[in-house]
Every structure is written in C-alpha cells, then in structure tokens.
Write a protein that binds this ligand. Structure first.
Ligand code: 6PG
Length: 234
C-alpha cells in the first residue's frame, strides 16, 4: 500500500501543486474527479491560491448527495462556495451531479452519459479519468460505495446509492469507473480514520476503500499525521 504521510499543511499544498502541474501539461485537457465530505473543503481552500490553468481542467464529482445545491450536504454546493466561485473555470468544465434531481435513476444515467461524452474511453469503452481523488469514511466506505454494497463488476459508470445509516440517496461513480482511472489518490485525514487505515494496510478487513484501486495506473494514499498515528497534536 503506497502511503505517504504529510503534515496537514503539506498535504493540502501537495494536492494543490498537483492540480497546478496537471494544468500545465501543454494545454492537455485533464479530467479530475473530486470527492465530497470535509477533507476536500480543506484542499479547495489551498487550491484557490494556486495559478492553475483551469481551462485545461474538467472537474467531476466522485459522488454527491441528492440535496439542493444550497444545502451544506451538497458536495458540489460546498465546492462552489469554497472554490468555484473564486476561480476562472469555464462553466463547461464543471460537471456536477444534479442533486436536486427528483428521479435518481434518470440522474445517474444522465451523469453516466455526460461522462461517456466527455472523458476519454479505453478499449473497453470505460472512461479513463486522469485523477480520481477519494476520501475514506471511518467505516471504510469511499465515494458512496458502502461496506457490503460495492460491485466491482458494475457495468454502469454512475449508480444510485443510499447511506446505510441516514438512508440519504446519493449518486456515485461505480467502482469500475473509478478503477479505470490513471491515478487514484485516497486523501485521509484525522485520528478517527487511523483504525480503519491500519486494518486496510494490514489486510485484516475487506471494505470498499481497500478494494478500490487503479487497475492499470497508480493508487496512493496521502494521509496526515493524525490519521497515520491516531494521535491528534492539539
Ligand atoms: C461523501 C464522500 C465520502 C467521503 C468520506 C470521507 O460524499 O461523503 O465522497 O466518500 O470522501 O466520507 O469524508 P471526510 O473527508 O469528511 O472524512
């Protein structure tokens, strides 16, 4: 398991620097999918200050909750409020899941079609994202792929999921859509993730965050000191 431990500050700037580096590749169009939850909000703040060539970056969401954009639960909504409203990214480069959709199955199909129409496809007609940034829940979920609810052979690229505790509906990239990416980076911060991280590292548990990896590319874990040691400094 390719784990790198950073201070939180170093981690956030490493992610921002990588966004910058991707945007500077001779104007090549790059497709990056970001997750929701709290961790991305931290690196969105760091990214905002980097001179990223956003015309070269297409932003996608790994998953989103089926809530209105103005809800703090909205992954897109929070990204908009923290980052998108402050950067010059072409509207056509922002590919959100429509959280206010009333028919979840239709929205999953729509998002899947948008992916197919924009993200380069491989020989198996599967989208190949350049970079998928994942988080990990303390229960070992990633994206909206929850323990016991992950299908590594799913043929759809976007699926309807439901949070096991809150029953909240979500749209998520499927495991195969993530696993065909060139690069999958788990960004895990906080002492509450230490136990699950250790179990995955020691292969003593089978959970989505331990199963999802890039099939042909790079899979890496960027963790902060708290998640690595279980100890919070303050
Ligand atoms: C979501 C995310 C989810 C998240 C993990 C970690 O929409 O909630 O995609 O998979 O990445 O729950 O969340 P934190 O970064 O808040 O710990």
């Amino acid at each position: 398991m390719n784990i790198t431990t950073f201070t939180l500050e170093q981690l956030l700037h490493k992610v921002a620097q990588d966004f910058y580096d991707y945007s500077e590749q001779n104007d090549k169009i790059i497709h990056i999918a970001v997750s929701g939850g709290n961790t991305p909000k931290k690196f969105f703040k760091a990214i905002k200050d980097y001179p990223i060539k956003w015309k070269n970056i297409h932003l996608w969401w790994v998953d989103d909750r089926l809530v209105p954009v103005d809800s703090v639960e909205s992954n897109y909504g929070e990204a908009k409020r923290i980052l998108l409203d402050y950067i010059a990214i072409p509207e056509s480069n922002v590919h959100r899941i429509v959280g206010e959709a009333t028919n979840y199955i239709i929205e999953a199909s729509r998002y899947s079609s948008e992916i197919m129409e924009n993200v380069p496809l491989d020989a198996e007609n599967c989208p190949v994202f350049d970079w998928v940034i994942l988080g990990m829940g303390a229960d070992g979920h990633t994206a909206s792929l929850f323990p016991g609810k992950i299908d590594l052979t799913e043929t759809k690229f976007a699926i309807v999921a439901q949070h096991p505790e809150t029953a909240q509906y979500r749209i998520s990239l499927s495991a195969p859509a993530i696993m065909h990416a060139k690069r999958v980076t788990f960004i895990v911060t906080g002492a509450d993730k230490h136990d699950m991280l250790t179990k995955i590292k020691n292969k003593t548990i089978t959970v989505p965050a331990g199963l999802v990896k890039s099939i042909l590319g790079k899979t890496e874990w960027f963790v902060d000191e708290a998640a690595a040691s279980g100890i919070t400094k303050n």
